[in-house]
Design a protein around this ligand. Structure first.
Ligand code: SF4
Ligand code: MG
Length: 336
């Protein structure tokens, strides 16, 4: 039974003197408890915006004109798309069911409080424990996320910790409310390779311990190979291909996914993690999105219908979907 089901969700940004910009269009995503879904794509493709929509942490000029974001609370589904960002219901979800970690830990840690106090506070709010009981939980949580000498380190301020330890403290904070869903937005991108590997191992371990689902945003296919069960590839606000990681890596069907894969040699051997190398051409601005397939201007296989007709979501396997005319059209037009 899915924990999170996003149906047909679009996100637009409005500005007083310009037309609305569609940053995400008609996205469908599903996330099951205990599983990790990776959202992948170049920067600006809509992956962070999609994740922030789930927490209703979008900018003020953003809105969700269509679609639903169904979250299973255990006693029925809530449509997050219909909740106001600062409503009680949304704040309850953010405090107890859904947490987020970021690339930069200082965006969630307060510089003026010790990490112990910050984790205590969440535990006290969530579990109504007294300060002493909360501190015991905090110490064991810090220990669990690999902060050495947790009892003493709890008294440290964030600036007194290394980047890797700050990341661990942020993860402890995110887990303090035992969320059902952890959203991770490029949490390892700023770290050196060794620390990156340790944090990924830690997240996998914690997922086993806590049974939470993860929505993992990254542009690094090596990270996807290590951590994800499912992948959704985004391009200019569209999910162009999605499915089981193994299926998509083995036989990518969308030319954009294929280009991403080609830019990462030896991926499946996980020998080394590599950044995506840029694909020829540039992503068009969402302001002048092509009417048809968004990838038309960079696609080596573009043919007659591509610039003007938006490709449908096409089922490739039980668990594998893509949006590309090559999957539904005989390419005879291209020969003309
Ligand atoms: Fe390329 Fe056309 Fe497929 Fe888009 S729909 S990816 S332009 S072949
Ligand atoms: Mg981002």
């Amino acid at each position: 039974k899915p924990l999170l089901t996003i149906n047909d969700m679009s996100i637009t940004f409005t500005s007083p003197d310009e037309a609305d910009i569609e940053a995400v269009r008609q996205v469908d995503l599903t996330l099951t408890p205990g599983k990790t879904l990776a959202l992948v794509g170049e920067s600006g493709c809509g992956k962070s915006v999609t994740a922030r929509a789930v927490l209703r942490l979008l900018d003020k000029n953003a809105k969700i004109p269509t679609g639903e974001i169904l979250f299973d609370t255990g006693s029925g589904a809530v449509d997050i798309a219909k909740l106001k960002s600062d409503s009680l219901a949304m704040r309850a979800l953010r405090g107890a069911e859904i947490s987020m970690i970021f690339q930069e830990p200082m965006s969630s840690l307060s510089p003026v409080h010790t990490i112990g106090d910050q984790v205590d506070e969440i535990i006290i709010l969530h579990d109504r424990l007294n300060k002493k009981q909360a501190r015991e939980r905090t110490v064991s949580l810090l220990d669990q996320v690999g902060v050495p000498g947790a009892r003493d380190r709890a008294n440290a301020y964030p600036f007194e910790l290394s980047g890797g330890l700050r990341q661990r403290a942020m993860i402890a904070m995110a887990l303090a409310c035992t969320p059902k869903l952890l959203i991770a937005d490029e949490p390892t991108t700023a770290l050196d390779v060794t620390t990156q590997a340790q944090i990924l191992d830690l997240l996998r371990q914690l997922q086993d311990d806590f049974g939470m689902a993860m929505l993992f945003i990254t542009h690094d296919l090596g990270v996807v190979a290590e951590i994800a069960d499912d992948i959704a590839v985004m391009y200019l606000g569209d999910v162009v291909e999605q499915g089981d990681v193994f299926d998509v890596f083995r036989a990518p069907k969308h030319p954009y996914t294929q280009a991403l894969m080609n830019s990462v040699p030896r991926l499946m051997r996980k020998a080394e993690r590599q950044r995506l190398t840029p694909i020829k051409g540039t992503v068009p601005s969402p302001k002048d999105r092509p009417v048809g397939c968004a990838f038309t201007s960079r696609c080596p296989h573009a043919f007659a219908p591509c610039p003007t007709v938006r490709p449908e979501r096409t089922q490739i396997g039980a668990d594998h979907v893509a949006r590309c005319h090559l999957l539904t059209h005989v390419r005879e037009e291209a020969m003309a």
